[in-house]
Write a protein that binds this ligand. Structure first.
Ligand code: NAD
Length: 497
């Protein structure tokens, strides 16, 4: 279903796609794939709703967000169930995802304060200057499968609170949760047409990229698609932010608390089956002794991972998203092995009774990985952790610095000097010190560097306000009756009478 002009609509394009329960491989629904005409209708609804919503006082827009927050809390378990049934992540993880999205809604509730501009009195004689942040217009969000609720909530609450109207094009793999969020926001009092959800694939995305009434686009997804969206959107004159793929390194220094580092790596590498853009996929254990201790302590925990369907008691890791993803991940492990990596824990032949057709890959641990291997260079987006063995801090830092991606990184150490030096010099957008997945809270901003992000503003926090508003500066002279004749030259405020 789509959600346009406040109503749930069946698709009319004649094109649709199956949605799976990744744990069983069974089809659990279908999602319509919108035609260009259906996208145009959604954009027309958003354009018609724009003047009224943009002129609604920010405090009134905030009231809708407060109500939306209450409805999300009320429906938290339902939203988590929708996520898990189509994505496969555990229910606890899905609840956590909704909770992180909810924090952005809570931040958006403060929009009257966030939109306050700057004011300077008497910049020249009887002249005052002030700035306004005004909505950019109709904004689109294009989102990935791995956080079907949280990533859309990074975008539309901030965009709407700033006075824009919104078209969400969620991932076609797990469309349930985003649709429900749009219905809740409507119930919270958002006027029809302000938030529209259009399901679809490349045809829908291209219709958004080329439509003259779309002012700005937020994209989260893979680097290949993000580059395409950034370049085509920008060349059509739109403001675009594209948050993309990653390869996140965790450096373990010889002095680190190894128990803490091992636990941190477990959750960061295998949580959500490694399908997180902030997952740790490469551990740089400094020195062979550190690496030996790390692998020795981690391996039994990886072997003991409780893998299964999202609703089984005690389950720690679910399946990956599709059969194609499973095959791709196994292909990477095969390649890593033939390139010379040591497969310490092998997740390739996992078979779970009752889930033989599910898209499961077991937790996999590769040691003695080297920088030339594809398991290290590429984003695998699965439960595969590579261990590299740099011999010094400098060598470890050099690896992080020269990698293509720059989303997140972490250092585990008890040495404050090393940690501080690392945080200040590393060329990565989000840095953790003894924190494996340093995802910023909603009132800070999320975004990577290098091939992990294209565009100037990262997402949510004050960066969200900046991305979803245009700055206007007004210079006004009152009283209007002052007459000092025509002025032909520039002069500074201090030179005026
Ligand atoms: P994806 O790039 O395949 O899809 C993202 C969106 O783009 C979807 O809505 C999809 O329908 C659309 N899309 C796919 N192919 C397209 C095409 N050819 N033309 C136009 N649009 C197209 O990504 P995914 O597999 O859904 O998600 C996983 C990726 O997202 C990983 O690379 C992950 O690192 C990244 N990700 C990044 C962040 C971040 O904040 N940096 C967060 C979450 C996920």
């Amino acid at each position: 279903m789509h959600f346009i002009q406040g109503a749930t609509l069946a698709g009319t394009s004649g094109r649709s796609q199956d949605v799976f329960n990744p744990a069983t491989g069974a089809v659990v629904g279908t999602v319509p794939l919108a035609s260009t005409g259906e996208v145009d209708a959604a954009i027309a609804a958003a354009k018609a709703a724009l003047p009224g919503w943009a002129n609604t006082p920010p405090a009134k827009r905030a009231q809708v967000m407060f109500k939306f927050r209450d409805l999300i809390i009320q429906d938290l378990d339902k939203l988590a169930g929708l996520i898990s049934a189509q994505h496969g992540k555990t229910l606890d993880d899905a609840r956590g995802e909704v909770a992180r999205g909810l924090e952005v809604v809570e931040f958006a509730c403060g929009i009257p304060h966030l939109l306050k501009g700057e004011y300077s009195a008497q910049v020249a004689n009887a002249v005052d200057s002030y700035s306004l942040r005004q909505p950019v217009g109709v904004v689109a969000g294009i989102t990935p499968f791995n956080f079907p609720a949280m990533v859309p909530m990074w975008m539309f609450p901030m965009a709407l609170a700033c006075g824009n109207t919104f078209i969400l094009k969620p991932s076609e793999r797990d469309p349930g949760a985003p649709l429900h969020l749009a219905q809740l926001l409507s119930e919270a009092g958002l006027p029809d047409g302000c938030l529209n959800v259009v399901n679809g694939d490349k045809e829908a995305v291209d219709a958004i990229l080329d439509h003259p009434d779309i002012a700005a686009i937020s994209f989260v997804g893979s680097t290949a698609i993000g580059k395409y969206i950034y370049s085509r959107g920008c060349s059509n004159g739109k403001r675009v932010q594209a948050l993309c793929g990653a390869k996140n390194h965790m450096i373990i220094m010889p002095d680190a608390d190894m128990g803490q580092a091992v636990d941190a790596a477990m959750g960061a590498a295998y949580g959500s089956a490694g399908e997180r853009c902030m997952a740790v996929s490469a551990v740089l254990a400094v020195g062979d002794d550190t690496a030996d201790r790390f692998v020795e302590q981690l391996a039994p925990k990886v072997r003991a991972l409780k893998i299964g369907q999202f609703d089984e008691p005690g389950v720690e890791m679910g399946p990956v998203i599709t059969k194609d993803a499973k095959d791709r991940i196994i292909g990477y492990i095969d390649q890593g092995e033939s390139d010379g990596a040591k497969v310490v824990v092998d997740g390739r032949n996992l078979s779970l009774q009752g889930y033989e057709n599910g898209f499961f890959v077991g937790g996999t641990l590769l040691d003695h990985v080297t920088p030339d291997m594809s398991v290290y260079r590429d984003e695998i987006f699965g439960p595969v952790l590579s261990v590299l063995r740099p011999q010094s801090y400098d060598e470890a830092v050099q690896l992080v610095m020269s990698h293509e991606y720059g989303n997140g990184t972490a250092i585990f150490t008890r040495d404050g000097d090393a940690a501080r030096e690392f945080a200040s010099t590393i060329n990565i957008g989000m840095v953790g010190v003894n924190v494996p997945i340093p995802v910023p809270v909603a009132y800070h901003s999320f975004g990577g560097w290098k091939a992990s992000m294209f565009g100037d503003h990262s997402i949510h926090g004050m960066e969200g306000v900046r991305f979803y508003t245009k700055l206007k500066t007004v210079t006004a002279r009152w009283p209007s009756g002052i007459k000092d004749g025509a002025v032909f030259n520039f002069h500074s405020g201090s030179e005026t009478k």
